[in-house]
Design a protein around this ligand. Structure first.
Ligand code: KIV
Length: 264
């Protein structure tokens, strides 16, 4: 297999072909995801909840993400891996560079950081030093204590405008991918259209984005109280490999997410 690169993902955007991505934390699942055709995986700090049993992502450390990135890389040698920079690991651009290096050395192809235009200097510094950056906007789980819970973001005009302005500023600073979590479908559509070359991955952001991501525990019906946008593909298929195939097919054809799994 040829390794998946950022250029491949930019090409998919150009050709308006949707792609499915998923979180992965270990070699065995990463291998199954790659074997079924998922070429992009996120080593998300959601591992704090899914793997470590905490009630937020805040306790996760850079060493935790580096460890799981190495595991996923071992199981999926050709996949494009995005590794999450955990809470407080990029509070300054310099700290961000030092910690991003640990994830790139562990096998990541790109790092993901949560936040708006305050991250412009960090994005510039990282990309100038050859670290591709995905920005996470909308519901940012690391900011749960500021946001007052896990709520849909960008519902009113001023916060929607803020999100669009942040996106454009970060694009100008060098952002190479965007992840939008829990925002209304229409806002995600506008952002996806404004970013004419950069792929936008959505989760709880409707079906107008270029790609979708799900936490693997949500896609496989493991999460006790799944969010509204999550779909249990294992329930429909009865085995993990078919569940992942169905997820990919429904994303690529635009069937998932439907209205019932989106916010309007
Ligand atoms: O950490 C994570 O799993 C995420 C999700 C939004 C996919 O960032």
């Amino acid at each position: 297999m040829k390794p998946t690169t950022l250029s491949d993902l930019w090409q998919l955007k150009k050709e308006k072909r949707k792609f499915a991505t998923i979180t992965a934390y270990d070699a065995s699942f990463a291998h199954i995801f790659a074997e079924q055709g998922i070429n992009v995986m996120l080593i998300g700090d959601s591992l704090g909840m899914t793997m470590q049993g905490f009630n937020s992502t805040l306790p996760v450390t850079i060493e935790d993400i580096a460890y799981h990135t190495r595991c996923v890389r071992a199981g999926a040698p050709d996949a494009f891996l995005i590794a999450d920079m955990p809470f407080m690991s990029y509070a300054t651009p310099e700290q961000g560079c030092k910690n991003a290096a640990k994830l790139m050395r562990a096998g990541a192809n790109m790092v993901k950081i949560e936040g708006g235009s305050w991250l412009c200097d960090t994005v510039k510094m990282l990309t100038e030093r050859s670290v591709p950056v995905c920005i996470h906007l909308g519901l940012m789980p690391q900011s749960v204590n500021i946001l007052g819970g896990y709520k849909v973001q960008g519902r009113d005009q001023s916060s929607a405008n803020q999100l669009i302005n942040d996106t454009l500023a970060l694009k100008d600073s060098g952002m190479q991918m965007l992840l939008l979590e829990c925002v209304p479908t229409e806002l995600a559509r506008q952002v996806t259209e404004k970013l004419t070359t950069i792929p936008v991955i959505g989760i709880g952001a409707g079906n107008a984005t270029d790609a979708q991501i799900l936490v693997m525990h949500d896609a496989l019906g493991i999460t006790a109280k799944p969010p509204k946008f999550a779909k249990d593909f294992l329930k429909e298929t009865g085995n993990i490999r078919d569940a992942i195939r169905l997820y990919i097919e429904q994303v690529e054809s635009g069937i998932y997410p439907d209205q019932a799994h989106s916010f309007n």
